[in-house]
Ligand binder design. Structure first.
Ligand code: UDX
Ligand code: UDX
Length: 458
């Protein structure tokens, strides 16, 4: 087997992770089939239209079109596959446990259809609790037994670490690639699949240039169980790091320090690192909240308390309401006031609103009797679809949102908000009050424009 040889790869699930991975592997020269049960998604993707908002993705979708095909039918393409990547959703159940029904359903189909003479390597890429690689193996074996076949194949765990909004960048230029595999052939196949990334032999796409000074990523080879735990440890750590700086933002405010300055002074210590030290209105998204709850659930199953992670979750719950506390301080009476919300996405450069701080803030403001106007450059459509019953005023621009408002609240760090004409916007407001929930604006500039400015921890 030559490292440069291209593979036949099937990816099941074309969400943020599956679609990004599929398009990138196609761009690197592999022959990729992306499978999704959602026909509407497949239709769009076949026409070169991205189903998610992710910078650079549509361009790469077109560039890799010859290598990547989209289909609803898993079974047909399974026969020739050398690698099958499972990237379907793994939502949280009510009790924090992870719903593995989609993963198991895919495993069952694989067992029903795979060619036993040339079994593909199965890779779990979805974030799944410890033991899921084994579980997937068991489910496939059950199906093979029904066919009177033996159980000769491998399941590896290959967690993703990509951030929405920079998913392509994180996939092409990772810090490390983690592979949990029990046999050397499986490890080598994963190495072959990622060879162009591990060796950086591909031509960088125009929209995602290779960063200067980038050094080759490490390949971390572990047991499947360690790989599964690495993913939860990483996400719980990052979530805790943000909660940590958010906790310090409260004390910074009390003593008159500026948390942005504090974070800079702390982050330059290489042992700590500058990333994920931005204080704000709390972490959201499709991963941190779900993964933190999931590892707490696993902990509870093993009678293993995790007070630190538990506290990170609790700090985050409170942090999401900081913007409301600030409005109460600044406006005194919130009932009957008009509040303009800038940003609905859980972070910039995505249309994803899952567990976005905006959801909690808007719900609370409405309960308190405020009139709420909202604007987001990209995520408004998703929000409107998801919260169709909510009585909020959707605005076409940030300027519209400011008009007549008693206060503005920034909840997402969209670049666009850096370039607004605050003096002009302020002139149309009832009160020039702004709560900068992402500490992204220049306080002095806002004050010069006549605003009462309040950030988080400064
Ligand atoms: C993924 C992982 O599932 C999650 O564990 C990880 O933490 C983050 O990445 P994401 O890519 O955001 O999540 O998932 P989602 O956007 O929900 O997409 C999953 C896709 O799988 C959907 O397009 C869905 O239609 C598809 N799917 C789901 C199938 O094709 N078959 C199924 O049985 C279930
Ligand atoms: C995360 C992980 O970073 C990624 O490795 C994993 O595989 C999927 O989950 P994502 O959820 O896309 O990625 O976004 P991320 O950039 O990690 O941000 C998560 C949340 O934390 C956002 O709500 C963001 O606004 C918040 N955040 C992030 C902060 O409040 N402060 C920071 O310093 C960084």
């Amino acid at each position: 087997m030559k490292m440069s040889e291209k593979l036949n790869i099937v990816i099941v699930g074309t969400g943020y992770v599956g679609l990004t991975t599929g398009v990138v592997l196609g761009y690197l020269g592999h022959r990729v089939t992306c499978v999704d049960q959602d026909m509407a998604k497949i239709d769009k993707l076949e026409r070169g239209i991205s189903t998610i908002y992710e910078p650079g993705l549509e361009e790469l979708l077109i560039q890799s079109a010859a290598q990547v095909k989209f289909t609803k039918d898993l079974l047909r393409d399974l026969v020739d596959a050398q690698v099958v990547i499972i990237a379907v959703g793994t939502p949280a159940k009510e009790n924090g446990d992870t719903d593995l029904s989609y993963v198991e359903a895919v495993a069952r189909e694989i067992g029903m259809a795979m060619d036993v003479l040339k079994p593909p390597l199965i890779i779990n890429k979805s974030t799944v609790p410890v033991g899921t690689a084994r579980r997937v193996e068991t489910v496939i074996c059950e199906e093979l037994e029904k066919r009177g076949q033996g159980c000769h194949f491998s399941v590896a765990s290959n967690p993703e670490f990509l951030r929405e909004g920079s998913a392509l960048y994180d996939t092409l230029y990772p810090d490390r690639i983690v592979v949990g595999a029990n046999d050397i052939n499986a490890l080598n196949l994963v190495r072959q699949m990622y060879a162009p990334i591990l060796e950086q032999t591909f031509n960088p796409p125009q929209s995602v240039p290779r960063p200067e000074g980038y050094s080759l990523p490490a390949l971390v080879s572990t047991s499947p169980t360690s790989a599964e735990l690495i993913k939860y440890t990483a996400n719980a750590f990052l979530a805790t790091k943000i909660s940590f700086i958010n906790e310090f933002s409260a004390i910074a405010e009390k003593v008159g320090a500026d948390i942005v300055e504090v974070a800079k002074g702390v982050g330059l210590d290489r042992r700590i690192g500058a990333g994920f030290l931005k204080a704000g209105v709390g972490w959201g998204g499709s991963c941190f909240p779900k993964d933190v709850r999931s590892i707490l659930f696993t902990g509870s199953q093993y009678n293993c308390e995790m007070p630190l992670v538990q506290a990170a979750l609790e700090v985050n719950r409170r942090q999401k309401l900081k913007a409301i506390e600030k409005l109460q301080q600044l406006l005194k009476v919130v009932r009957g006031s008009t509040i303009g919300i800038l940003g609905l996405a859980f972070k910039a450069d995505t249309d994803d609103i899952r567990e976005s701080p905006a959801i909690e803030v808007i719900k609370t403001l409405l309960e308190m009797g405020a009139r709420v106007k909202v604007y987001d450059p990209i995520a408004m459509k998703k929000y409107r679809q998801t919260y169709a019953d909510q009585q909020v005023v959707y605005c076409g621009t940030a300027e519209d949102t400011a008009s007549d408002a008693d206060a503005l609240v920034i909840l997402t760090d969209w670049d666009e908000f850096l370039h607004l004409s605050w003096a002009e916007m302020g002139a149309t407001m009832k009160n020039k009050v702004i709560v900068d929930g992402r500490n992204m604006l220049d306080r002095e500039q806002l004050q010069q424009a006549g605003f009462t400015y309040s950030g988080i921890g400064r």
